[in-house]
Design a protein around this ligand. Structure first.
Ligand SMILES: Cc1cc2nc3c(=O)[nH]c(=O)nc-3n(C[C@H](O)[C@H](O)[C@H](O)COP(=O)(O)OP(=O)(O)OC[C@H]3O[C@@H](n4cnc5c(N)ncnc54)[C@H](O)[C@@H]3O)c2cc1C
Length: 410
């Protein structure tokens, strides 16, 4: 691990806002009039809150006021999810921003003023990226006599009398059936339901069909210049460009830049399989990313020397109006039907889990299969106040075999 300084900003209406917000910078960018309007709108929301708090929009407006919601929440959230904020469940806001209020945001902004150091926190990062963690895990599994099989798809999950008995797996077009003792699945819940043999009841199949994911693609642009901007990443709230976030990989770890010089920018686009972004030719996407990074004033097109596109399916589990009922149906079915199958991770729980949550859920899944019924992957990341700055609460579930696990994971 290397220690990396953290700097990120929000780009909105042609201006860069420090993130976390800093009072002077925020007022300078918004102007005094708009800042006062935001305070007025917040007061109005406190005096006359919306009664219902079912949607993301209602939840945020009640806590921050309509004007701040429109400035810092609406546009980016709609880019990420591809649906209007009144169609996103409040659960998502509650999970991601519960710890934050208007007052605490202002207090933080005041505290940050003049203390530039507190804006630049540091974090530990694997020198060549998070894949190093999994290379290390795979090595350990192999050293212990296990086998790690890659580029292999599970296509059928066979079961009998409440137990998964075998999996059909396909490698290079060749399918074989493996008998299994225990199974932990991190594929999307809906895919798992769809490959059960015999199939699950109709209600379960309908719930599976109702769950949705948002997909994602990243256009990596290799640039001559090593210092186009100082941030690790920038959130792009502006609606006139389609890019949602831009990573500057040199500022995560210079060793990840293969050529040694320049940097690689990750232009992140949130999309849905089959939509116009997802279906574009790679060359068109690279041209779009080059155009947009130039429009944002970050890099001149002639400084971009190469581009590469990576598409990622099922990147974000969608919290739409119906997701909770569907997840409840699937969860009950899987947990009540199978004694040797656990689902875990982000798509396996259909929960907006970070990597630490996913690892912990995997560990709980293994412990449960080994007979520790008090460990349940579904208990991970239910703390409504989870926040990236906080340490994952160890109170909810005490881990029996390794009390230090949560500390290690966090
Ligand atoms: C854009 C983006 C940025 C993120 N940034 C961060 C971050 O900064 N910090 C953080 O902590 N977390 C971050 N996350 C979240 C983190 O990546 C996830 O929480 C974590 O990867 C989930 O782990 P997982 O094992 O559940 O799923 P995954 O890592 O998605 O692994 C599931 C695996 O199952 C495989 N699979 C699916 N179906 C089958 C099948 N039928 N047969 C065989 N294999 C199959 C998939 O190919 C995949 O490899 C980010 C996620 C995204 C999308």
């Amino acid at each position: 691990m290397i220690e990396v300084p953290r700097l990120s900003r929000i780009y909105y209406k042609g201006k860069f806002f420090d993130y976390p917000l800093q009072l002077g910078n925020t007022i300078a960018n918004l102007g005094v009039f708009e800042s006062l309007m935001i305070i007025g709108s917040y007061c109005k929301a406190q005096l006359f809150p919306e009664r219902s708090e079912e949607s993301f929009e209602q939840w945020v407006r009640n806590r921050f006021g309509d004007r701040l919601y429109r400035t810092f929440f609406k546009t980016y959230t709609e880019k990420v999810w591809g649906i209007p904020c009144d169609k996103i469940r409040a659960d998502w806001a509650a999970q991601r921003i519960q710890g934050l209020s208007f007052i605490s945001a202002v207090a933080n902004a005041i505290r940050n003023t003049g203390e530039v150091k507190s804006l630049i926190k540091t974090f530990d990062y694997p020198r060549l990226g998070p894949g190093m963690l999994w290379e290390s895990c795979a090595r350990k599994v192999t050293e212990l006599g296990g086998q790690v099989v890659k580029d292999t798809g599970v296509t059928c999950v066979r079961h009998q009398n409440g137990r998964v008995t075998a999996l059909d797996v396909t490698t290079d077009g060749i399918t074989k059936t493996l008998s299994v003792e225990n199974v932990i699945s991190t594929m999307p819940l809906s895919n798992l339901a769809g490959m059960l043999d015999p199939p699950p009841p109709l209600a379960v199949r309908e719930a599976a069909n109702g769950l949705r994911h948002r997909d994602f693609l990243i256009v990596a642009l290799t640039c001559h210049r090593s210092d186009p901007f100082p941030d690790n990443w920038i959130y792009i709230h502006a609606q006139d460009v389609r890019v949602g976030r831009i990573q500057n990989f040199r500022n995560w770890s210079a060793d990840m830049i293969a050529t040694g010089n320049g940097t690689t920018l990750g232009m992140e686009y949130f999309c849905s399989r089959g939509d116009d972004l997802w279906s574009q030719e790679d060359s068109d996407l690279i041209a779009l990313a080059k155009r947009e990074v130039a429009e944002l004033g970050l890099v001149n097109p002639q400084d971009v020397i190469d581009g590469h596109v990576i598409r990622e399916r099922n990147a974000y589990p969608v919290y739409d109006e119906h997701y909770r009922a569907h997840v409840d149906t699937l969860r009950s079915y899987f947990t009540e039907t199978f004694s040797n199958l656990q689902t875990a991770g982000r798509s396996g729980l259909h929960r907006y889990n970070n990597q630490d949550h996913s690892m912990l859920a995997g560990h709980y899944a293994a412990m449960k299969l080994l007979g520790h019924s008090e460990c349940d992957p579904w208990d991970v990341n239910v703390e409504r106040s989870y926040h990236e700055d906080q340490v994952l609460s160890a109170e909810k579930t005490q881990f029996p075999a390794d009390q230090d696990l949560q500390r290690h994971v966090v």
